[in-house]
Design a protein around this ligand. Sequence first.
Ligand code: NAD
Ligand code: 0WE
Length: 265
Amino acid sequence: MGLLEGKNALVFGLANDKSIAWGITQAFHREGANLGISYAGEMLERRVKPLAEKVGCQWVEECDVTKDDQIAATAEKAAQHFGKIDVLVHSIAFAGKDELSKPYYQTSRDGFKNALDISVFSFVALTNAFLPIMNPGGSIMCLTYYGSVKVAPNYNVMGVAKAALESSTRYLAFDLGPQKIRVNAISAGPIRTLAAAGVGGFRDMYKHFADAAPLRENVTIDDVGNAAVFLASDLSARITGEVLYVDSGFNTVGVQISPKEEKSE
Ligand code: NAD
Ligand code: 0WE
């Protein structure tokens, strides 16, 4: 029997088969969840629909999270189709190219607003919109990155956004605790997804990560999917407001030495 048997789970942020949302969706499907998928723009429909079919997902809805009316309409459609839901996954982030290449102090007001609107406020707004149809014992989660606590070159306003997202996770967990709804974040190591493509220096960072992390391996979307199953399931019943690192232990290492020096030691 699957860990998510009988649970209705909505996943926001599926773009393609490289998406972390896809790793989560597949893992949820494997564990017997009844799935709903939401994606950002018309342009993604062509890619998302065939993926939804693979996991027998009947509910596929477009939702631009910068639009209040679209969030409300999506919650309405979910209520009609599912009645109640048990799991909500937010796997969405965006910052403009300029904000991820120029020095952080050159972040524009609009660039800052846009990055925090899409990457942080949307998590609060989705929680608010779907709360009326969440079952007690439900689980809400988002995806974050270590650039929230330490500087990751070029991550810039996204690091600030992830810090706000992790803090939002704690405040939401406090608000929803009495209703027995849990809110957590998964902090994933770097993964080659659409959002990582075209990021200057990603290749080197990706390589360095596997050299420096205790487990000496990069993280996959399946690894994140399995952690998401845990947070979605009743196995994590008393865990809320947490940031769960799925990063081969990278964040625990304070002083790094080059692989060469390490061998000669
Ligand atoms: P991805 O590009 O596959 O997913 C990002 C999603 O955000 C896309 O589906 C995109 O359509 C969606 N999105 C952007 N603007 C939107 C809007 N206005 N409305 C609705 N959706 C919108 O990339 P990913 O790496 O799978 O990213 C998913 C999450 O994981 C993000 O929160 C990201 O910050 C986080 N994360 C990624 C990594 C990594 O290295 N790839 C590591 C840690 C955390
Ligand atoms: O959270 C992310 C991805 C965030 C992201 C990436 C892009 C690139 C394309 C948000 N918005 C955009 N906008 C674009 O136009 N990650 C954790 C992956 C990532 O992104 C980085 C990283 C890492 C790691 C950006 C700079 C430095 C490191």
